[in-house]
Design a binder for this molecule. Structure first.
Ligand code: ATP
Length: 140
């Protein structure tokens, strides 16, 4: 087996990322996981968080991807991430994410006042998505 990973990130909008890599670090719902070549096959649920991809040993450059949950499968040196949405750091519209954050904070406030638990959960997830995008955009 070769000493290199192939990393692809798929969303309903298409392929967001497709590159060879030396290491991938992602946040599962149980915590952070680092994937190196020859990793054992796994399928894990991902948190709404950033995925870091280091493409070569020599290079210090890291690609950052904001991933909106989803799943990651590792098999035969192929890391496949499938998520509802995902954006590379350079593709994130920061002002849109800032607006989404403000909207979510307002929705949280309203849901709390109305004691609407479902709305509160949805708004918290939306807030988390927006904060994740803002954080990832800072890596450009
Ligand atoms: P918004 O309220 O701004 O639409 P959202 O969290 O509801 O944010 P999603 O439903 O997760 O958005 O995503 C819808 C589509 O818009 C996806 O293709 C996603 O990649 C894209 N998207 C959402 N927010 C941003 C952003 N800040 N920058 C770039 N693309 C974004």
């Amino acid at each position: 087996m070769e000493d290199i990973l192939t990393v692809n990130v798929m969303t309903p909008d298409g392929l967001v990322y497709d590159h060879h890599a030396k290491i991938v670090v992602a946040k599962t719902t149980d915590g952070e996981i680092g994937i190196l070549p020859k990793h054992a096959p796994i399928i894990v649920p991902l948190a709404i968080d950033e995925v870091r991809v280091k493409r070569t040993d020599a290079d210090t450059h890291v690609d950052w991807i904001a991933v909106n949950g989803g799943i990651m499968e590792v098999r035969d040196n192929i890391v496949s991430i499938i998520a509802d949405s995902a954006e590379r750091e350079r593709d994130i519209d920061v002002s849109r994410a800032e607006r989404a954050k403000l909207r979510a904070e307002k929705m949280i406030q309203e849901a709390k006042e109305k004691e609407n638990i479902d709305a509160l959960k949805r708004a918290n997830v939306a807030l988390h998505r927006a904060i994740n995008r803002i954080n990832v955009s800072k890596h450009t």
